[in-house]
Design a protein around this ligand. Structure first.
Ligand code: IDP
Ligand code: MG
Length: 165
């Protein structure tokens, strides 16, 4: 089935200059990148992204981690598109716990658990189509993706936005 999935290279991945390595690993899937951006993650975005984990004891540190509080304040967000995109990407990412992840997976090769117990696992990838839709819509506006992955509408109005001078 043709699917789309959200990938985030988390702040530890960017701080450790792993972007190229991670993208190379993901290119093994032969999926297509249809959107990408570098994002400075606000508290609101981090909390919305991980909303389903808000009752977990590790939630505050997880939010700090995604916002770059332990590293550089940036995340690379991408949308991958193609056959079985969700499962293919998840497989290369490896298990959530980097110490348990297959050593040749991205998380197994590059992740760690800090002495404080934070899982620095380098990458996020959506787990199912519903999660992918919610997450892609959270991280990308329709104009930032080269195809309309979900229904869109055009709104007219005066919006404030930055332009080059
Ligand atoms: P996933 O990233 O493999 O989908 P989720 O269960 O959705 O795993 O958890 C989201 C993120 O929360 C993980 O990638 C990891 O950064 C963090 N996390 C999950 N479980 C733990 C834990 O037990 N301790 C610390 N951090 C965790
Ligand atoms: Mg998850």
């Amino acid at each position: 089935m043709v699917e789309q999935t959200l990938v985030l290279i988390k702040p530890d991945g960017l701080s450790k200059s792993l972007t190229g390595n991670v993208l190379t690993r993901l290119s093994e899937t032969k999926l297509e990148i249809v959107a990408s951006r570098i994002v400075e993650v606000s508290k609101e975005l981090a909390e919305q992204h991980y909303a389903m984990l808000k009752d977990k004891p590790f939630f505050p540190d997880l939010i700090k981690y995604l916002m770059g509080g332990f590293h550089k304040k940036k995340v690379m967000a991408l949308v991958y598109y193609g056959d079985d995109a969700i499962a293919k990407i998840r497989k290369i990412c490896g298990a959530t716990n980097p110490e348990e992840a297959d050593p040749v997976s991205i998380r197994g090769a590059y992740g760690r658990i800090t002495t404080k117990g934070v899982y620095e696992n380098v990458i996020h990838a959506s787990t199912n189509p519903e999660e992918a839709e919610r997450e892609i819509k959270l991280w990308f506006a329709p104009d930032e993706i080269i195809m309309d992955l979900y229904p869109v509408k055009t709104v007219k109005g005066t919006f404030e936005k930055k332009i080059w001078v």
